[in-house]
Design a protein around this ligand. Structure first.
Ligand SMILES: [Mg+2]
Length: 375
């Protein structure tokens, strides 16, 4: 660590903020019950202090990078790299009039993730160990099964994950409800005894979701994610109460602050809470969501961004599994050095690498770059 002046947290000052944005085409058109897309945007924040650079990221709109540049960079530059709660307090104050949920919270998440990576690198510890160590590896579920896939593509992808030893795989439903039982049956045939999850992304009405929950249960589906809109807490609760007991109702991926998770939990809306550290306030926000789930005695599942959540999964006891999302796993392998592949259905961080263990392959990433700012 350098001998830079400290500002209360005991760390060196952040001297550079860089934010770069990459728009990466998907390998095929992707869709779920309520959205279609052909590209994914990655916003990377790099913070330097004491001669070390930390990296954080979010999957968000390009506008997120502008919020980092125009609103947040000034709240971390020149400040103590170790004082992460203080940085978050300043960033939250700064976005008050912008509106915290959504883009502002994704921008804060990317900065918070970079601060945690930076701190662990300065201390020469993997993030999983800096946060505390609950387990050496975290179970993952293969996630894809887009509604844009043909039956053959669906079977090939989910069957491939099952063959690799994943204990759970997830597919999208909800685009053509009348077709869903057939698609789910085709997936079941491809994966044998592997647990099957479905995600409707809020596409169904309450009674439609209940009718389908019963049909999916006949195909031994164990997880029904966002059967109705995740904003319909009473609807989620209805499904949770009425669906077969073996089927978990899950939601939470659009949680941008602790109040959101508290409302969802207090409504009794989910069997498993989901949270996404690229949206909910970064590593700090994910730890807060975990505490809320813990206080309800419920498990937490990490949404998307597997290379980021891997460390959180190993650090926090209530994490049940991580989502090994096809789209993000592909981008993370393309753009970062240091990603790991699942073995026997679990991801284990490389504990010889500090922080998140990731470095941006700037050269490889360049062809996807749309913005790059340094201040
Ligand atoms: Mg989902």
């Amino acid at each position: 660590m350098s001998s830079s002046a400290t500002t209360g947290g005991g760390g060196p000052r952040v001297d550079t903020v860089r934010v770069s944005t990459y728009v990466v085409p998907t390998d095929a058109p992707e869709s779920d019950g309520t959205l279609e897309w052909e590209r994914t945007t990655l916003v990377v924040v790099e913070l330097a202090a004491g001669g070390v650079t930390g990296l954080g990221y979010t999957y968000a709109d390009r506008a997120t990078a502008a919020v980092v540049r125009d609103a947040l960079a000034g709240e971390v530059k020149g400040e103590d790299a170790f004082a992460i709660p203080a940085a978050n307090r300043r960033m939250l104050a700064r976005v008050r009039n912008l509106g915290r949920p959504g883009i502002a919270s994704m921008a804060i998440s990317a900065v918070d993730n970079a601060l945690w990576d930076l701190k662990s690198r300065l201390l020469n510890l993997p993030l999983a160990l800096l946060l505390g160590s609950a387990r050496p590896e975290t179970p993952v579920y293969g996630s894809g099964g887009f509604t844009s896939y043909s039956t053959e593509e669906l079977q090939r992808q989910l069957g491939g994950w099952a063959e690799q030893g994943m204990a759970f795989v997830k597919m999208k439903v909800g685009r053509e409800p009348a077709e869903d039982p057939r698609r789910v049956r085709a997936a079941r045939e491809a994966i044998g005894g592997t647990q099957l999850f479905v995600d409707a992304n809020g596409a169904y009405s309450r009674k439609q979701a209940l009718a389908l929950a019963r049909r999916f249960a006949d195909l031994d589906v164990r997880w029904f994610e966002e059967p109705v809109s995740s904003d319909d807490l009473a609807g989620l609760r209805f499904l949770r109460d009425q669906a077969p007991a073996e089927m978990d109702v899950a939601a939470g991926e659009y949680g941008y602050d602790p109040f959101y998770f508290r409302r969802m939990l207090e409504a009794g809306a989910v069997d498993v809470l989901q949270a996404d550290a690229t949206r909910c306030g970064g590593v700090s926000g994910f730890v807060a969501a975990h505490a809320l789930a813990d206080a309800q005695g419920l498990p937490l599942s990490a949404h998307c961004a597997p290379a980021l959540h891997l460390h959180l999964g190993c650090a926090l006891v209530r994490v049940r599994h991580l989502e090994y999302f096809h789209d993000h796993q592909r981008i993370e392998e393309m753009l970062f050095d240091g990603t790991v592949r699942p073995r026997h259905g679990a991801l284990a961080p490389d504990l010889t690498r500090p922080g998140l263990g990731l470095t941006l392959k700037r050269q490889d990433a360049q062809r996807f770059a749309v913005d790059d700012w340094r201040g």
